[in-house]
Design a protein around this ligand. Structure first.
Ligand SMILES: Nc1ncnc2c1ncn2[C@@H]1O[C@H](COP(=O)(O)OP(=O)(O)O)[C@@H](O)[C@H]1O
Ligand SMILES: [Mg+2]
Length: 269
């Protein structure tokens, strides 16, 4: 099981869009994919047309009241979704009274299996809230093998990314041995602007092999897909956004199948 957490303390940089559509592209390749919505804003949940009322959600899973399978929702595109509601914002307060609150998600995922096959998931995609140092993001980073820093290729992106890596480094130090690899994904790329092209070169220079070669371009289709509650592959399989996420999924699978990926963020020797 390969677990990646999409992170950045900046809101609106494309984390949730990447989470939904990477999950969709991986599912399209026939992989068993679990998408976990760790944001009380529940954008991944809403973006897949799911609106839990009385059903259990991630909150009950974190509290140990139900298993992952007990709360999974079959979302469009073959994605298994562990949804969130705004109640999730209460986990921060509740967690103060729990033992091992930071490992709640990792513990729940250890035994998670996908229906109907009853086999472990191939990939688990964690959509994080903007706060990287809160209890929910800490749960995600403890559960993740890879943190994917999502960087909008706009103004101050490089400064923002360097700052985010500083925060990730601190969290990784807190976790210790079982910390995570780092990958960086450029999003909302507009090739027509020289600024964006130069920024992409700067990101490659700064992050080297940690950068995904695939960049997610700006596409109105991604906004439309979210509004329709579907991953973009279902809305329009031939559009360029579907192509970008198919390429990202291919790169991710190649990455997890090679073992040449080791550590940019993690415990120092
Ligand atoms: N590649 C893209 N092209 C066009 N719009 C995008 C793209 N990625 C994200 N968006 C839009 O930008 C907004 C913020 O994206 P979102 O994925 O919700 O960011 P985050 O989860 O980081 O807050 C949303 O309205 C989303 O539809
Ligand atoms: Mg989001």
């Amino acid at each position: 099981m390969n677990t990646l957490a999409l992170v950045n303390q900046k809101g609106g940089c494309g984390k949730t869009t990447a989470a939904i559509n990477l999950a969709g592209a991986l599912a399209e390749r026939g992989r068993r994919v679990l998408l976990v919505d760790l944001d009380p804003q529940a954008h991944a949940t809403l973006g897949l047309g799911c609106a839990p009322c009385d059903e259990p959600t991630l909150m009950e899973v974190l509290l140990g009241e139900v298993s992952v399978e007990g709360a999974v929702f079959d979302a469009p595109g073959g994605i298994h979704l562990l949804p969130a509601t705004s109640d999730l914002s209460e986990f921060e307060d509740i967690s103060a009274r729990l033992m091992h609150a930071e490992s709640a998600l990792a513990t729940a995922l250890e035994t998670a299996v996908s229906a109907p096959a009853g086999r472990p998931f191939d990939d688990v995609v964690l959509d994080c809230p903007p706060r990287v140092d809160g209890i929910l993001a800490r749960n995600a980073l403890r559960a993740a093998d890879t943190a994917v820093l999502v960087v909008e290729t706009g103004a101050f992106a490089l400064q923002g990314a360097v700052q985010a890596i500083g925060v990730l480094d601190e969290v990784a130090d807190g976790i210790g041995e079982a910390a995570f690899d780092l990958k960086v994904l450029g999003t909302m790329f507009d090739r027509r602007t020289r600024f964006a092209r130069e920024l992409l070169i700067a990101l490659h220079a700064r992050f080297g092999p940690a950068m995904f070669d695939t960049v997610i371009r700006t596409s109105v289709r991604l906004r439309e897909a979210a509004a329709h509650g579907k991953p973009v592959q279902i809305l329009d399989p031939a559009c360029r956004a579907s192509g970008d996420f198919a390429a990202l999924a291919e790169e991710w699978v190649a990455h997890v199948e090679s073992d040449a990926h080791r550590l940019v963020v993690g415990p120092r020797a």
